[in-house]
Design a protein around this ligand. Sequence first.
Ligand SMILES: Cc1cn([C@H]2C[C@H](O)[C@@H](COP(=O)(O)OP(=O)(O)O[C@H]3O[C@H](C)C(=O)[C@H](O)[C@H]3O)O2)c(=O)[nH]c1=O
Length: 183
Amino acid sequence: MKVEETKLKGCFIIEPTVFKDSRGYFFESFNQPKFEELTGQSGNFVQDNQSASTYGVVRGLHYQAGKYAQAKLVRVLEGSVLDIAVDLRYGSETYGQWISVELTAENNLQLYIPRGMAHGFSVLSETAVFAYKCDNVYNKQSEAGIRYNDPDLGIDWGIPAEKMSLSEKDLELDFFNLKRTSL
Ligand SMILES: Cc1cn([C@H]2C[C@H](O)[C@@H](COP(=O)(O)OP(=O)(O)O[C@H]3O[C@H](C)C(=O)[C@H](O)[C@H]3O)O2)c(=O)[nH]c1=O
């Protein structure tokens, strides 16, 4: 298992060690002691989620505010996505900055997104199955988000705007006032 911290402090790209043989492959998709040792982050996840989407779908940008804030460990079981994390930690050196990482069922890469960040992804393949761990449970009342095409963030989702497909909810998310001081 290798980890690389991104320019957003506390946000890590994780590459598992894949064992291949004539039968196929094996890798540890999560190992709490190794995760905690290599990232210095808590690996106490309490909820697993999974979603399936078709090409052009954009899910996000989402986060849970306040005491239900969630850190996420995300990966792709089928297909490929462009995964986006946005630093919303007021006072952070990279506040308002974002990163993108292509996660695929071939590269087996994972992204750890700490609390205080918004998360989203776009689907680059015909279909994609997305699976992730959260370190806090879902709390509908704490759900919040930023419109995918927020002009201040200027996120490149890796797909043409005319091909994008979003939920009604996501299309109506607010733009983010980067001067806002709390989530
Ligand atoms: C997130 C969540 C949703 N739901 C229910 C609520 C809705 O009835 C239904 C679909 O929810 P939503 O449209 O918010 O699903 P996504 O658009 O995939 O949302 C997720 O997408 C981005 C990428 C994220 O990082 C978040 O984990 C999450 O916000 O599942 C639950 O029952 N539990 C949950 O934890």
